[in-house]
Design a protein. Structure first.
Length: 431
């Protein structure tokens, strides 16, 4: 029986081959520096610097050997980090930190580095082995991100896949009315809305929950919230899901935009375009739009629609006796008084001068008579300031007849008003 010949070539073990290890250290991208362990001035001496270190700092190996690593330090070097470094090394502990170093040409760069004490048994000598990586771009990027997050006017909230808050920027804190980020970090995201009313919470929590469940992005969700100090805020919310890996749970980034000023501005613009500047009743121009729309709806749905056309009795004498400003005050008060009596769905239009039209959707002529009569009584019983006493109105009421069109409808109401005036004023007539 023949014996299998044994191979006497043992597999190579690079870890036992100093030349191979030096080759690795010379080849890696990170800088490696080995120094003596003398911490007293002038400090440890460099005994080895790899090619990456030389390339990064601009020094040759010959220039570095025997020097102290302090030649890398400068005005921007963080002394607190160096103190920690010294403390750790004196205690024989591992150190890791980040600071500014300087190249041979004086150019600063950010470095993240670690140092481990190493004791060589064979040579009975100890070293500090330091591995360094330039992080200038990463730090700059991180600082830029942080500045952006801190300076944007939108509130930014980050929620990790376990549902915990990891970031609330200053705008987010202001919008949610709680200027203390620390109170939220690490908390479950629902806590963010804990100080809002339950309706507001539902309006915000439900859409966020949906994003976390479905992964579908939400944009432009509008909501009005009441902050802890009672102030109302119009906000617009967008929620973008975040997934770290295909099978992980979803986190998200919530963006809150405070639209209060914009909405206020839009409302002011809208009012300027559609309301009468003196009384804030709807303008005649917008009134035409309302009437056309309501006629169309009444014709389509076959629902009743009524109109009250009224004007102030003897208004000329208010102006003549008390002046134009007093007349303006009477008109404003009248509009406030009548508006107060109307439903949200009714429209009060300043038709011109001291004439007004009220459009009452889903209202019969009979019901409109009751409304007009109530308005008449309320106006007559409203005591005006500045010793003006009270004013009275006369009104004509007409229900829309299908397909008659606005002109005919309005003419009937006008005739009813004329009758009311002729019959002695301070009364309501029906067409
Ligand atoms: N102060 C003020 N007066 C206005 C305004 N628009 C119209 N008027 C005045 O309203 C008055 C309307 O007078 P008339 O049309 O004679 O009607 P009246 O005095 O109310 O008489 P009757 O309607 O017949 O009871 C005029 O004096 C107008 O100058 C306004 O915006 N401000």
């Amino acid at each position: 029986m023949s014996k299998t010949p044994s191979l006497d070539v043992s597999p190579a073990d690079p870890m036992n081959d100093p030349a191979a290890l030096v080759g690795v250290i010379e080849q890696i991208f990170d800088s490696v520096l080995i120094t003596t362990t003398d911490l007293e001035l002038p400090g440890p001496a460099i005994v080895y610097a790899n090619s990456a270190f030389c390339a990064k700092t601009g020094y040759s190996a010959a220039e570095l050997i025997g020097q102290t690593p302090r030649i890398l330090q400068g005005s921007g070097t963080d002394q607190a980090v160096l103190e920690r470094l010294k403390h750790n090394l004196l205690n024989g502990e591992f150190f890791e930190g980040c600071t500014v170093n300087y190249r041979k040409n004086g150019e600063p760069y950010m470095v993240r580095w670690n140092i481990r004490p190493y004791f060589s048994e064979q040579q009975n000598r100890s070293y500090y082995i330091s591995v360094q990586r330039e992080v200038t771009r990463e730090v700059a990027l991180e600082q830029t991100h942080q500045r952006v997050v801190e300076s944007v006017v939108e509130g930014i909230i980050a929620v990790d896949p376990s549902g915990h808050v990891t970031l609330v920027n200053p705008a987010g804190q202001t919008i949610l009315g709680k200027p203390d980020q620390a109170a939220w970090i690490g908390e479950s995201w629902q806590v963010l809305f804990g100080s809002l009313s339950s309706d507001d919470v539902t309006d915000l929590v439900q859409p966020i929950t949906r994003v976390l469940q479905t992964g579908a992005t939400l944009t432009g969700h509008r909501s009005q919230i009441k902050r802890p100090d009672g102030s109302l805020l119009d906000i617009e919310m967008s929620v973008t899901p975040l997934q770290l890996s295909p099978d992980s749970e979803l986190g998200c980034v919530i963006i809150l935009r405070d639209n209060t000023d914009q909405r206020r501005f839009e409302k002011r613009l809208w009012n300027a375009a559609n309301r009468d500047a003196l009384t804030q009743a709807y303008s005649r121009r917008f009134g035409d739009e309302i009437i056309a729309r309501e006629i169309q709806r009444a014709e389509a749905d076959q629902t009743p629609l009524a109109l009250v056309y009224f004007d102030i009795d003897y208004f000329k004498s208010v102006n003549d006796t008390h002046g134009h400003d007093a007349g303006d005050y009477v008109l404003k008060t009248l509009v406030a008084t009548v508006t107060d009596r109307l439903r949200q769905t009714d429209y009060l239009i300043r038709w011109g001068g001291e004439e007004f039209v009220v459009i009452l959707p889903a209202t019969t002529g009979e019901m409109a008579m009751t409304v007009a009569e109530a308005i008449r009584l309320r106006v007559a019983s409203t005591e005006l300031d500045h010793g003006l006493g009270h004013v009275e109105i006369s009104a004509g009421v007409a229900q829309y007849q299908l397909h008659e069109g606005f002109r005919a409808w309005f003419r009937r109401a006008d005739e009813a008003l004329y009758e009311a005036k002729g019959a002695g004023r301070n009364q309501v007539h029906s067409a």
